[in-house]
Design a protein around this ligand. Sequence first.
Ligand code: COA
Length: 315
Amino acid sequence: MSPLNGARMLGLGVYRPARVVTNDEIAQRVDTSDEWVRSRTGIATRRIADEEETTVAMGAAAAEKALAAAGLTADTIDLVIGATCTSPSQIPGAGPQIAHRIGAGQAGAFDINGACAGFSYAVSTAADMVRAGSVRHVLVVATERLSDYTDWDDRGTCILLADGAGATVIGAAETDEIGPAVWGHDGSRPEVIRVPGYGDNMFRMEGQAVFRWAISLVPTVRQICERAGVAPDELAGIVPHQANLRIVEALAAGIGATNAAVARDVVDSGNTSAASIPLGLARLLDTGVIRRGDPVLLFGFGAGLTYCGQVVRCP
Ligand code: COA
């Protein structure tokens, strides 16, 4: 038997809050319209969590589904990584609380705050730990409650932000199914996307600057394919962070992913930060346009200005 030197996603699970908020509902509070929001962002609706749907509760629900999909129980998990920038408290993080809630009593637990790139950073970290042999199974849980940081009177941001969670179990495999990560940052521009704190605990953003920066990442996305040894036209799917439909489509078109199904979950789910990639991936799998084993490009980008992506084989 071959040694298990590779890593792969063994299962995926997501949680979408029950409450759907339309653009018309937002337009009752701020000066905007369904037509404006759809044409500038592609967003038609978003999910907003209720009081019970905390970052931890949503993450645990997604984690349990990922475990079930992987055919594993919580006691086989060695490590839980929370990928979140909206932990219910600064201290402690969400990871240990999620691990406790699902009964992963043997697991280590911590958070990665890579903002909207958090899921890809966590997947890369988990895969490297599995390949190194220091853990058998890692649960990566991306969970966000951006509504806690939304200024519902700021029409430039409240139209975008949303809540939700997605999780995957990463374990050992004979063949490596998680490609090398390509990542980077521009930490010289913290003001472009931020939650300032010190009297203003709301999400603030320079929309046009973010838009221009995101579109400029096309060569980086190409590099992810090169490092994985997969040509863009060989991709079955592409799941960029679901920030804005125009950005998603520009990135997919820019690299020439001509045969790939493009995740457009942002249309129904809004921008859920780190959770948006697993939510988008799950939507593509659920609709049957991609299948287990297909090569799919994941690419997160956001505050910091951090980015990270990899090509993975679908769970
Ligand atoms: N409805 C109606 N008008 C709006 C509006 C809204 N929801 N939001 C902004 N506007 C107005 C502005 O006030 C401005 O009006 P003015 O010309 O009278 O001053 C005008 O629209 C243009 O503003 P601007 O910010 O330049 O709009 P835009 O075309 O850049 O669209 C975003 C704004 C936020 C939709 C867009 O910049 C965007 O999507 N950026 C990327 C954001 C993103 O993806 N962030 C997450 C990254 S992780």
